[in-house]
Ligand binder design. Structure first.
Ligand SMILES: Nc1ncnc2c1ncn2[C@@H]1O[C@H](COP(=O)(O)OP(=O)(O)OP(=O)(O)O)[C@@H](O)[C@H]1O
Ligand SMILES: [Mg+2]
Length: 271
């Protein structure tokens, strides 16, 4: 893959002409819904990339196939040179709706992921508590999912994914269910974690500001296709609030907004 400077870089993860078809039953008839209509793009090591686009355009499907939870009908996702054929500890995912085990406490939910990775018992609780603290849930560690708010459940999901320490982190609208203050705290936290660990992060968002504030590149999708990839050359290492108030941010936001509305008006099936 050639970047904007004309340098050749190796993509750590690459979607190659990925097609996903779901059967769609309407009024007794079944037709094929092309949820992904041949998407191709790569993500470099250490990059943060946002997938942005209207509801139903295929963002979650693109992540699920890369995570190994669903299979593509055609094309492939390649991670570190190997085709994805299933889940692996090199990839972690924060789901759009935190899928927690209902009979486990918040702490046990985070420990569960670590145990699956083979972390030994003495370190389990210590590590899980550290990540719960990171997302501000120390006091809720012993509560079960039905006792937690939507935002709190989402934060347990984030702690669980981060605790596993995967090389690549997929996040499906990770902050969607949070109030704006908590959202900003966690956005800053994510950038801090990224600065420390240089993880490769691919996240989905509906929120234009969130895409521009966090991502190095924004992949604009509509109707199962990648319409445009916009580089965001902003300093993402500082304070999220300060960045949001800067003129550079406003300029880039305007560009992404314009692209999003232009591609959104493309009728389905039209390339
Ligand atoms: N398991 C499934 N069975 C049938 N159709 C599906 C399935 N999963 C997704 N779809 C369809 O595929 C299309 C893309 O869905 P996807 O969930 O990837 O969209 P999205 O961009 O994540 O939307 P949102 O922003 O609302 O979460 C939609 O039309 C959806 O109805
Ligand atoms: Mg989705």
């Amino acid at each position: 893959m050639e970047n904007d400077l004309g340098e050749w870089r190796v993509a750590v993860i690459e979607w190659r002409d990925v097609v996903k078809i779901f059967p769609l039953r309407t009024k007794g008839a079944t037709r094929a819904l092309r949820a992904l209509d041949g998407i191709s793009f790569g993500v470099e090591r250490g990059e943060i990339v946002a997938l942005l686009g209207p509801s139903g355009c295929g963002k979650t499907t693109a992540l699920r196939i890369a995570m190994g939870l669903d299979a593509a009908n055609a094309g492939s996702v390649v991670v570190n040179g190997k085709n994805v054929t299933g889940c692996g500890h090199d990839r972690g995912m924060v789901f759009q709706h935190a899928e927690l085990l209902p009979w486990y406490t918040a702490l046990e939910n985070v420990k569960f992921g670590l145990r699956m990775k083979g972390v030994s018992e003495p370190f389990l609780t210590e590590t899980a508590l550290r990540y719960l603290e990171l997302v501000g849930l120390t006091k809720a560690a012993q509560q079960r999912p039905h006792q937690l708010s939507g935002g709190m459940k989402q934060r347990v999901g984030i702690a669980r994914a981060l605790a596993i320490d995967p090389e690549i982190l997929f996040m499906d609208e990770p902050f969607g269910a949070l109030d704006s203050q908590t959202r900003e705290v966690l956005q800053t936290e994510l950038l801090t974690i990224h600065a420390k660990t240089q993880k490769t992060i691919v996240f989905v968002t509906h929120d234009l500001d969130e895409a521009v504030v966090l991502a190095n590149r924004v992949v604009v999708m509509s109707a199962g296709k990648v319409r445009e990839i916009i580089p965001v050359e902003l300093d993402h290492t500082g304070d999220v609030r300060a960045l949001r108030g800067s003129p550079e941010f406003a300029l880039k936001r305007g560009q992404v907004w314009e692209t999003l509305h232009r591609v959104d008006s493309v009728p389905p099936g039209h390339s």
